[in-house]
Design a binder for this molecule. Structure first.
Ligand SMILES: C[S@@+](CC[C@H](N)C(=O)[O-])C[C@H]1O[C@@H](n2cnc3c(N)ncnc32)[C@H](O)[C@@H]1O
Length: 325
């Protein structure tokens, strides 16, 4: 059976559970799944975890494939000059996601790469992913420093081998390493270098390094297409999250509108009641005024009122004279 048939292993179609932000590593997740399946690494170490897109992909493969691998993700979770510096929320969010799912076989080591290297025995790491600071010096230092920890089954992954601006220099290191080790490279998603360090690698993996140009192109195209599918999946999730948010906003707007409508109809009802009350009071008042007028009229036309008129005139004259004096 051609080694090419292996790249169609069902694991490459598994959907990644964790996709955060628009990171180029999404495009390499199907290959990460495949590599874990084929290599069956006992110890996986990632240098540079950040939000955990690549690291959680390795962990997901270990968990779903029921492997007995131990995983270690190393990072200060402070950031660096290339990716930028960030706050505590990145580590806290990742830890909250990671610990309940993967805590029984995986550890997040919050320290520098140089500090972490002392925690491992020489010759024990089967899969090392180097994705820290991307200068030539830093990536070379990381590789040289961790080399003695690699086992005779080891594969080393280098991300960003295609980036040549902003002081990135992994491409330079990669050019050097290609002449020293069997390698395979993907150019999509900023490039991923696959370096065979050990001599005792499963043939399905080592065949990558010995494949001819046509086979290489078939493997690259296959994983690039699957990587694009993951990118699309992330976009769909993003859009559906935004849609859910927009729906929530819409629902609360609807609730506010309903409340406003209820208040409006209550105000209308109160207004109507006020109008009715005012009309009733006005007509009651009118009736009372009419009644008063009628009483005054009766009083003024009465005999006693007419008889006492001279006395009322006299009293007005006396009051006027008194005021003048
Ligand atoms: C490019 S990010 C890692 C991206 C990640 N692999 C992913 O899937 O998106 C690089 C990370 O390496 C960390 N880092 C860089 N140099 C480091 C060092 N010497 N020790 C520990 N962490 C380091 C930074 O804090 C940053 O989170």
């Amino acid at each position: 059976m051609s080694f090419l048939s292996n790249i169609f292993d069902t694991v490459v179609y598994m959907r990644p559970d964790r996709l955060t932000g628009a990171t180029p590593w999404h495009g390499h997740i199907p290959f990460a799944f495949w590599l874990v399946r084929q290599l069956r690494p006992k110890i996986i170490v990632e240098l540079g975890v950040h939000a955990g897109n690549s690291y959680c992909a390795f962990c997901q493969a270990v968990e779903r494939l029921n492997m007995s691998s131990a995983c270690f993700g190393v990072d200060t979770w402070q950031g660096d000059e290339h990716g930028g510096f960030y706050d505590e929320s990145v580590f806290n969010e990742l830890k909250q996601y990671h610990d309940p799912r993967f805590g029984h076989f995986s550890s997040l080591l919050r320290m520098t790469f140089d500090e972490a290297v002392e925690l491992f025995d020489d010759g024990t790491v089967d899969l090392l992913h180097i994705d820290g600071l991307h200068t030539y010096e830093a990536s070379k230092h990381d590789f040289e420093h961790w080399k003695r920890k690699l086992s005779n089954r080891a594969i080393v992954l280098f991300h960003d081998i295609e980036v040549r601006d902003r002081g990135f220099g992994v491409w330079r290191l990669w050019n050097e390493l290609q002449s020293q080790y069997p390698t395979f490279a993907f150019s999509h998603s900023y490039g991923l270098g696959v370096l065979q360090y050990g001599s005792d690698i499963p043939t399905t993996v080592s065949s990558l390094m010995t494949s001819d140009d046509n086979q290489r192109m078939a493997v690259q195209t296959h994983f690039q297409t699957l990587g694009e599918r993951v990118n699309l999946l992330w976009q769909v999730r993003e859009l559906s999250d935004r849609l859910t948010m927009a729906n929530k906003d819409l629902q609360s707007t609807d609730r506010l509108l309903d409340q406003a409508r209820a208040i409006e109809s209550q105000l209308r009802a109160e207004n109507e009641q006020l109008k009715t009350d005012v009309n009733r009071l006005t007509s009651e008042l009118g009736a009372e005024i009419d009644q008063l007028k009628r009483t005054v009229q009766i009083y003024e036309t009465s005999t006693s009122w007419r008889i006492t008129r001279p006395a009322r005139s006299m009293s007005r004259v006396i009051r006027r004279l008194a005021r003048r004096q």
